[in-house]
Design a protein around this ligand. Structure first.
Ligand SMILES: Cc1cc2nc3c(=O)[nH]c(=O)nc-3n(C[C@H](O)[C@H](O)[C@H](O)COP(=O)(O)OP(=O)(O)OC[C@H]3O[C@@H](n4cnc5c(N)ncnc54)[C@H](O)[C@@H]3O)c2cc1C
Length: 466
């Protein structure tokens, strides 16, 4: 019997779907290169079937049978990943978690919630909101990604500077391993109980097992949000202000520095001539009112001390209202534009050179029209830069060439600057080569040993990460 039939007969009816529409919808994630291939008439092969488990034990059944048959498995949340983490091809079965979408429990007294991994991020936030709570994790893709996908990719939300990234918000995990064993980590505010197994699965991109449940640290929902925008004489000034603010210990929810190109593109009403722009916002509850006012005054003073021109809060309100709107790859490609974003991160001493090196390297690629950047996730030790590039071609082969050359240029420049190749989108297929370079031989060998121990037959998401 084929593995798909064995799985279908072991699960309740309706769990294994072979309909063309389901298979096509799971042929890949939201990697821009896939859109180039789709529109160019060379789409990825769809998987033979999609499995929709409805419980952890059903996931365990699937991974038990898959291991026995050495059948490759690709976990799937909502397919919003942008790095090629999902490409099952003709051989792998896709396990779609979207029917495991329940909020298991919310405990306001301990500020803990437990969600099934297939829960839509926006729905998770709405359910927490009913209790006056927030996760504080707001990726731009919040309504099209899952809690499990966030864990699998080590995602970041737009307010991460205040609330932390997903690794700071995960209290416990339930993961099904190949073969069907279920690992559960113990939920505790902190523990000294050996290596932290959560860290193993955070960022594992479906290569070690399937995350089925996530314990989350939540916060009281903010009732106040205040902030301002400021224009600056230079990008370097903006970096210095950001560093000063973060190293002084302030934790604004938003601290975003746009270069002149992006400031003019996104805030043209307020920045008619290209000049770097800083967006600043803090948030909290009414109880924190005085502390928030103090923080906001300090943030403003940091900007003014360095000669920033304060614009008031209209650009911030504009950003809050539009922050999740992005054109689709298809619409951009149809108009002859090859666009993608590349997020990297560096320590403060390297971030200035990094910005110059990456934008210059991308601009040197034939066919590129523009390269720009902004920071969006800050730390006392450094910051991310989110680069955007645009190239021009209406021909699929040339679009692919521009796309891959721009990525190569950006990654090489990033590695040369001593920066990390991904801040929050992960590795997937697009960054594999440079992950190995960043980690080095011994770290890669260690990861391979872990993979070998947990997934001895290499059935989990082959082709991704390493
Ligand atoms: C418009 C847009 C904006 C975005 N903005 C952000 C942003 O602000 N911040 C950010 O971090 N990312 C962002 N992303 C990227 C993407 O949304 C994240 O990577 C997200 O975490 C993916 O979640 P998903 O559920 O869609 O996962 P998928 O795309 O379905 O899967 C992603 C990877 O995780 C694996 N996986 C998924 N679920 C599980 C599971 N339960 N167990 C094990 N492995 C699993 C998959 O095999 C795959 O390798 C954006 C994407 C888009 C399209």
């Amino acid at each position: 019997m084929r593995v798909v039939d064995v799985i279908a007969s072991a699960l309740p009816a309706g769990r294994v779907v072979t309909a063309e529409a389901d298979r096509r919808a799971h042929a890949h994630d939201y990697w821009a290169l896939e859109a180039i291939h789709d529109l160019g008439g060379t789409p990825a092969d769809p998987p033979p079937a999609v499995v929709y488990p409805e419980s952890t034990s059903e996931v365990a059944t699937v991974l038990d049978i898959a291991q026995q048959h050495r059948a490759p498995i690709v976990p799937f949340g909502l397919g919003s990943g942008v790095c090629g983490g999902v490409r099952p091809g003709r051989d792998a079965l896709v396990v779609d978690l979207s029917r495991m979408n329940r909020m298991v429990e919310v405990r306001p007294e301990t500020l803990i919630a437990v969600a099934q991994a297939g829960m839509n991020g926006g729905e998770c936030e709405r359910r927490l909101g009913e209790h006056g709570l927030t996760l504080g994790h707001f990726p731009q893709s919040i309504d099209r990604s899952t809690v499990g996908g966030w864990v699998a990719t080590r995602a970041s939300g737009q307010l991460s500077t205040r609330y932390g990234n997903i690794e700071d918000l995960v209290l416990s995990l339930e993961v099904v391993l190949p073969g069907g064993r279920v690992v559960r980590t113990f939920p505790s505010p902190r523990a000294s109980t050996g290596p932290d197994l959560r860290a193993l699965f955070l960022g594992s991109e479906g290569t070690l097992g399937i995350v089925t449940e996530v314990g989350l640290k939540v916060s009281p929902r903010a009732s106040r949000q205040e902030g301002f925008a400021a224009t600056l004489a230079s990008w370097e000034e903006g970096l210095e202000i950001s560093r000063e603010i973060l190293q002084a210990g302030w934790r604004p929810a938003v601290l975003r520095l746009y270069d002149g190109i992006e400031a003019a593109r996104n805030f043209g009403e307020w920045v008619p001539d290209p000049a770097p722009l800083l967006l600043v916002m803090n948030e909290g509850t009414d109880v924190m009112g005085e502390a928030l006012a103090l923080e906001l005054a300090a943030l403003r003073a940091s900007c003014e001390r360095r000669g920033a021109r304060i614009l008031g809060d209209a650009p911030l309100r504009h950003w809050l209202g539009h922050r999740n709107r992005v054109p689709s790859w298809e619409s951009l490609l149809a108009s002859g534009l090859v666009v993608d974003t590349i997020e990297v991160a560096a320590t403060w001493d390297r971030v200035g050179p990094l910005y110059g090196a990456v934008t210059e390297a991308i601009r040197a690629v034939p066919g590129i029209l523009a390269a720009s950047g902004h920071t969006s996730h800050g730390y006392t030790t450094g910051v991310n830069i989110y680069f955007t590039f645009a190239g021009a071609s209406k021909e699929a082969r040339e679009q692919e060439r521009i796309y891959l050359d721009a990525w190569r240029a950006a990654m090489e420049a990033t590695v040369a600057c001593g920066a990390t190749v991904s801040h929050h989108h992960g590795i997937g297929r697009v960054r594999r080569e440079w992950l190995a370079r960043e980690l080095g031989d011994e770290a890669v060998a260690t990861l391979r040993s872990v993979k070998q121990a947990l997934d001895p037959h290499g059935i989990m998401n082959p082709g991704v990460l390493l």
